[in-house]
Design a protein around this ligand. Structure first.
Ligand code: F6R
Length: 362
């Protein structure tokens, strides 16, 4: 049931503070991590091989930044359709990690089967405990998103990210890169998520106004740097899926290597840029876009928006947040921009053309 919302997608976006809160209740107890990983000690792990499709792949891409940064653990990440036929060799002490909301995605399942017996353990992040991927894993971590009906994935993404953040902190702690005090501080940051996400959802009205303008575009660029790069990809994917506007996500630093040729007055560029250590770099990329007549939608926080100066076409201000949780928070504007643009275009938000909720054929 849509529970008073016009679309399942709107309901599922709005549920995020609650379901992310449930993930935290399930896997964090006071200052400790209580995620059952079947006895995995990340001190004995040398590598993770993360495999998924679509939005679940982008969750893995954010996780790569976290595992590398906090746990100093090397990460390989692939889309399942490429991975399954590549016959990739595995280094010793590798864990295979498979991410799938439905747990039935054919390519992800095939990639899991390819990895079984070649990696130390198969871990999956799943939303459906009875699913094939869950059943064939050594350890299946439930993401606790609850049923996701809208074809465009929203709350599963933020729940996958929250699970990955907890796992990366466990890895950092196991590997001696985070002491008890450091762990407690990061867990306190994670606990801010439900409140900050509720706050972030109040940009709904402002997003609607920007979406009315985006709906006129034929192409939209999304830029992000560091852990915001996968969010740029996710923003572009959501927009193309449900509004049918051509959108591309790029790492900000790649702009000069090609995509800047697309910049003109008619092509808006959405810049996902919280106030982090890379903010100044992103601002300079943004200025390059503006210098070429491009119109920028800056998705940021109030302090960063002020520092970014004049010339921005539209801006969305989220609450300031600790760096670890920024990618989770910035999923909300990515989703809302797509949602309201689709409404402005009159497309079928929950059942976009040509797409299925569960892709059980390759
Ligand atoms: C995007 C979307 C798809 C899925 C992908 C993987 O909004 O829904 O990209 O994320 O098909 O699906 P699961 O997670 O079920 O394996």
């Amino acid at each position: 049931e849509k529970g008073g919302y016009k679309h399942y997608m709107a309901k599922e976006i709005a549920q995020q503070p609650t379901v992310v809160g449930e993930v935290l209740n399930a896997y964090v107890k006071d200052d400790r991590i209580a995620m059952n990983l079947g006895g995995i000690d990340f001190a004995d792990v040398d590598r993770l091989s993360i495999v998924a499709c679509g939005t679940a792949y982008y969750a893995g891409l954010v996780a790569k930044y976290w595992f590398e940064h906090y746990a100093r653990l090397p990460i390989d990440i692939d889309v399942a359709s490429e991975f399954r036929y590549r016959e990739a060799p595995f280094a010793p002490k590798t864990l295979g990690v498979f991410v799938s909301q439905s747990g039935e995605t054919a390519d992800t399942l095939a990639a899991l089967r390819y990895s079984a017996g070649k990696v130390d353990k198969i871990v999956s992040l799943i939303n459906v405990p009875e699913s094939s991927i869950a059943r064939e894993s050594d350890v299946a971590v439930e993401i606790h998103a609850g049923p996701e009906v809208s074809v465009a994935s929203t709350k599963a993404f933020t729940c996958q990210l929250t699970c990955f953040a907890i796992m990366a902190l466990k890895a950092a702690h196991d590997r001696g890169h985070l002491d008890d005090t450091g762990l407690a501080a990061h867990l306190a940051d994670l606990r801010q998520l439900p409140g900050l996400m509720s706050h972030a959802l109040t940009i709904d009205t402002a997003t609607k106004e920007i979406a009315a303008k985006l709906a006129e575009a034929r192409d939209v660029l999304f830029l992000g740097r560091g852990q915001m790069f996968p969010l740029a990809l996710e923003g572009a994917l959501k927009l193309k899926e449900i509004s049918y506007i051509h959108a591309e996500g790029y790492a900000s630093g790649e702009l000069k290597h090609g995509p800047i040729a697309l910049v003109d007055k008619a092509t808006p560029t959405v810049v996902m840029a919280p106030h982090d250590g890379l903010f100044d770099k992103t601002v300079s990329n943004m200025q390059e876009v503006m210098a070429r007549g491009g119109r920028v939608v800056l998705v940021s926080d109030a302090r960063a928006a002020k520092e970014a100066g004049d010339g921005v076409w539209q801006s969305l201000a989220l609450p300031e947040a600790p760096e670890l949780i920024q990618p989770i928070l910035y999923a909300i504007p990515a989703q809302l921009l797509a949602y309201h643009t689709a409404i402005a275009k009159g497309t079928d938000v929950d059942q976009p053309r040509n797409l299925a909720k569960s892709v059980t054929v390759e």
